[in-house]
Design a binder for this molecule. Structure first.
Ligand code: IMP
Length: 444
């Protein structure tokens, strides 16, 4: 039995969807603990592509319970579309549960998100425009609407009348936008409430119960470590806590009940939105990574910025999340390169540092110090064991594991479920995964 958290160790889009989908095979319960419809997972099963924003990918396994935890923010319109998409494909949604204390994204949140980005000019964050920041801001300000509120029509009506009037003054006076019609919004959300009512429960109780019954629970993080509100590259972050610690707060489960943390990293780095990115490649190699890796956002379709693997960020993610092992994704994207660089440290104001700076201003001044490794120049997409990999690709992986001082449990070489090397199953395997084919630990 193991309760495992899967987190992104970079700026999101690490390919967590595929890894959580794979691990969901061994999980009885899959829980999403933060974020909202800013996230997007693309999963390819038997040639069919699924794009999920809120519903955990475990829904694709009949019998797996899927929970959207209290740390998430829920846009009911998108969630209902997702339910319909799955139901049309004959995928049962009866095992889905939604936390009654998760906050709800309202139309004014989306409007304010977009309008405030426009007002920021050069200081814009590059948000997904899905109303995420304003929904979490209301949660902190204690004016938010929760799933529980949606379940009580008369009280919701009163609460929304007040809130929409208040938000209308913000829309009109601050952003020059037309006001929302309170009645129309109330009716719209009352409709959503009835559709979602069967799914809404006290999920923390369900999760605790699953722990007591020694069921395998997989906690699925959205976005990534560097987008964390507290530990990321603030202010260019999202408004929730994607780090492993967020799984406890965002589900209501105590930390002593978590067994393992697996971090997912791409074999290179990508970022969407604004903010510093030391290993960013703006020329031909950046384009090769972007094209071969199909680096466009699942949610917004925006082109992702691409760069070399950054081990300073990697080590930071290991520390902040308490990672015990990692999954490396998209190794195949590097297949055609003559040589591959890895950032092993930064130079900042003439000094070498191996630590990630907590100040955004300092981070913006960091210059990467690279070590160059030879490329392998053959396709890895058909490799299914470590022994199948070209020697130089294996050396690249070993180098990453040594730099980050955690073993590699999974290597992904394409979008399909079978394009994967499972070195050790992080749910059923021993505490430490192994990288070397002879079974010796790479880094402990
Ligand atoms: P927000 O979460 O929409 O407020 O956006 C804040 C920042 O997080 C922006 O830089 C977004 O591009 C980034 N972001 C949010 N969700 C994701 C994601 O799922 N993958 C990658 N970046 C994301």
């Amino acid at each position: 039995m193991a309760n495992v958290i899967v987190i992104g160790s970079q700026w999101g889009d690490e390919g967590k969807g595929k890894i959580t989908d794979l691990l969901s095979r061994s999980a009885d319960v899959v829980v999403r603990y933060q974020g909202g419809v800013n996230a997007g997972h693309t999963i390819v099963v038997q040639g069919q592509t699924f794009k999920l924003h809120l519903i955990p990918s475990g829904i694709l396994y009949p019998g797996t319970e899927c929970i959207i935890g209290c740390g998430t923010v829920i846009d009911p319109q998108v969630l209902i579309k997702e339910l319909e998409q799955l139901e049309q494909l004959n995928i049962s949604t009866k095992n889905l549960l939604i936390s009654q204390t998760a906050h709800v994204t309202m139309p004014y949140h989306r409007l304010i998100d977009k309008a405030s980005e426009d007002k920021r000019g050069n200081h814009k964050i590059g948000t997904t425009g899905r109303g995420i920041g304003p929904t979490y801001a209301d949660k902190s300000e204690r004016t938010g609407i929760r799933m529980l509120d949606l379940m009580h029509p008369e009280e919701l009506r009163k609460q929304l009348k007040w809130t929409i009037n208040y938000k209308n003054s913000v829309l009109e006076k601050l952003y020059d936008l037309p006001p929302l019609d309170p009645e129309a919004v109330i009716e719209e959300y009352l409709g959503y409430a009835e559709r979602l009512r069967p799914f809404v429960v006290d999920t923390s109780l369900k999760i605790y119960d699953a722990v007591q019954k020694k069921r395998n629970i997989l906690f699925e993080g959205a976005q990534g470590t560097l987008l964390d509100l507290d530990h990321g590259t603030y202010p260019y972050v999202t408004s929730s806590n994607p780090v492993a610690g967020g799984a406890c707060v965002g589900t209501g489960l105590g930390p002593t009940m978590i067994d393992r943390v697996i971090g997912v990293s791409k074999a290179y780095t990508t970022r969407v939105g604004e903010g510093p990115f030391p290993t960013e490649l703006e020329g031909e190699i950046g384009d090769i990574l972007g094209d071969r890796g199909a680096e466009f956002g699942t949610t917004t379709g925006r082109k992702r910025r691409c760069g070399w693997f950054d081990a300073v960020i990697g080590r930071y993610a290991v520390r902040i999340n308490g990672m015990d092992c990692m999954a490396i994704t998209k190794l195949d994207v590097l297949d055609t390169l003559d040589e591959i660089k890895v950032c092993v440290a930064y130079e900042i104001d003439g000094q070498r540092t191996e630590h990630f700076p907590s100040s955004a201003r300092q981070f913006a001044r960091c210059r990467p110090i690279y070590q160059t490794l030879p490329g392998w120049k053959v396709s890895t997409t058909e490799c299914r064991t470590l022994e199948d990999l070209p020697k130089k690709a294996l050396e690249y992986l070993k180098f990453l594991a040594e730099l980050m001082a955690v073993p590699i449990a999974i290597v992904s070489l394409g979008a399909s479920r079978d394009q994967t090397i499972i070195v050790e199953d992080p749910i059923h395997g021993p505490k430490r995964a192994l990288l070397h084919a002879d079974g010796t630990p790479v880094a402990v």
